[in-house]
Design a protein around this ligand. Structure first.
Ligand code: CTP
Length: 447
């Protein structure tokens, strides 16, 4: 029996794919098709794939030419597969001419004629709805958002809102936007969705006004500083069929999402302790050190560290105790000990104290070590008592890393999906609850 193997994303399955699969099948008796996993595509920068892996696998099967479908999940897998499945022919479209000659060492390599005039990219472009997004706020993070949004399909950042007219204008010019506003009511008429990157204490109000105006919202961290407000906003978004997403960038990056699935699948046994640290020194004058603007380590850094705890250990928190060093009414350092029924966790945060910003997840079989800066997860290690079993994992974390959350935001809008598994609304509410309790001084000791 002659075995043939071929690979692809097969997004929005089209005639070009069908022709390719038919030709590949005709080369032998048994056709294996490797369909890329969602995380593999994201990891290699293919952020705009419309169909998820299950839909793509179903579409490939439905062509009737395929005997077996496998998932392609890592670089170098083709060599493994060819040997494992005892493949005779590797086939691929002629657009890849020469690129897979290195496989000739393992089997015959055939480049099949590509069907002219059609591709997934073309279909995505033809059917692409462009969402007009306005940025609220024009600070450091807002500046990073514009170039990051350019690499995601379906989003056009068109305008900015800042109550200060001069700042709004300067941002518009620097970023090449079509307009700028200092008045919310006119600004909101010109967009389909907003990205809120304004000072912390304005988030709730802007989220509410944008949702009431029927616009989707991506809100920077800290989303809001109270669980009641978070709940109210999610309910409002729900009732209007709008997407409201907390912009927790780490929760959306390929490395961190894979880390969560690995840990959840038991590679380090039961998780017994999670330690997440994040410190970034700031110099006055800055809003991070201003008590009247809700500055402090907790409001700056708790969102990402608590996200990690909650993704890994859940929301069933027994109690949380905090120790803070204060300067001018602002916690420049906070250590939080968060207890679960069967696990412990801690966060160590600083804006006036420097510490190592790593993430350590300890389990009954081993531990995960994510070196600083863990929140830009592009690498981690799984370590065991028997060091020969240790494994290192590498991922891409492209640009400023905002592209992953932007892509999820747009994908949620397109598919009318109001909740993201990468950060559930209930998880976002739990984060707001801990920040709220801290700000109310519950179990907080000043050191
Ligand atoms: N293919 C083809 N003819 C086309 C498009 C794709 O023969 N018009 C082949 C590719 O050469 C490859 C397989 O179909 O062997 C899967 O390709 P894939 O990358 O999934 O499809 P594209 O339409 O090229 O996708 P994209 O535009 O996202 O690159």
């Amino acid at each position: 029996m002659k075995k043939v193997i071929t690979y692809g994303t097969y997004d929005l399955l089209h005639q070009g794919h069908i022709n390719l699969l038919r030709r590949a099948k005709e080369l032998g008796d048994y056709l294996i098709v490797g369909v890329t996993s969602d995380s593999f595509d994201r990891g290699r920068g293919k952020l705009n794939v419309r169909n998820n892996v299950l839909e793509r696998v179903e579409a490939v099967k439905a062509t009737g030419y395929v005997d077996e479908v496998i998932i392609e999940d890592y670089v170098g897998q083709k060599i493994d597969d060819i040997q494992r499945y005892d493949v005779d022919i590797f086939a691929i479209g002629s657009d890849w001419e020469g690129k897979f000659d290195y496989l000739k060492e393992y089997c015959q390599v055939v480049y099949l004629p590509r069907t002219e005039g059609i591709s997934s990219t073309m279909l995505r472009e033809e059917t692409q709805v462009l969402y007009r997004v306005g940025i609220i706020g024009s600070g450091r993070i807002a500046k990073r958002f514009v170039p990051e949004a350019k690499v995601v399909n379906g989003i056009d950042v068109v305008t900015v809102l800042n109550p200060d007219k001069q700042e709004a204008k300067a941002f518009k010019q620097e970023m090449g936007l079509e307009s700028c506003y200092s008045d919310f009511d006119t600004f909101i008429l010109n967009v389909d969705a907003v990205y809120i990157a304004s000072p912390h204490l304005t988030h709730y109000d802007y989220c509410k006004r944008a949702l009431l105006a029927g616009k989707h919202v991506l809100c920077e961290i800290p989303f809001v500083l109270s669980a009641t407000q978070a709940r109210e906003l999610y309910e409002l978004a729900d009732s209007k069929g709008l997407v409201l997403l907390e912009a927790s960038k780490t929760a959306h990056c390929p490395g961190f999402t894979h880390l969560v699935t690995l840990v959840k699948s038991g590679v380090i046994g039961d998780v017994v302790d999670v330690k997440a640290s994040l410190s970034k020194m700031v110099a006055p004058p800055t809003r991070e050190l201003d008590a009247t603007q809700a500055g402090g380590s907790m409001t700056e850094h708790a969102s990402l560290t608590l996200m990690a705890l909650i993704k890994l250990l859940g929301r069933e928190i027994v109690d949380a105790n905090f120790h803070s060093r204060m300067e001018n009414g602002v916690d420049v350092f906070t250590m939080g000990a968060i207890n679960y029924p069967h696990a412990t966790a801690s966060i160590t945060l600083g804006i006036g104290v420097k510490t190592e910003g790593n993430l350590v997840i300890s389990g009954t079989k081993g531990y995960v070590y994510v070196p600083a800066p863990w929140w830009l997860t592009d690498y981690f290690e799984i370590r065991y008592e028997d060091q020969t079993k240790n494994k290192k994992y590498f991922y891409s974390y492209d640009g400023e890393g905002l592209r992953y959350e932007i892509q999820e935001f747009i994908s949620m809008i397109v598919s009318k999906r109001l909740s993201s598994y990468r950060l559930r609304r209930r998880e976002s509410i739990a984060i707001a609850q801990i920040i709220e309790d801290y700000r109310e001084g519950k179990n907080v000791t000043i050191i």
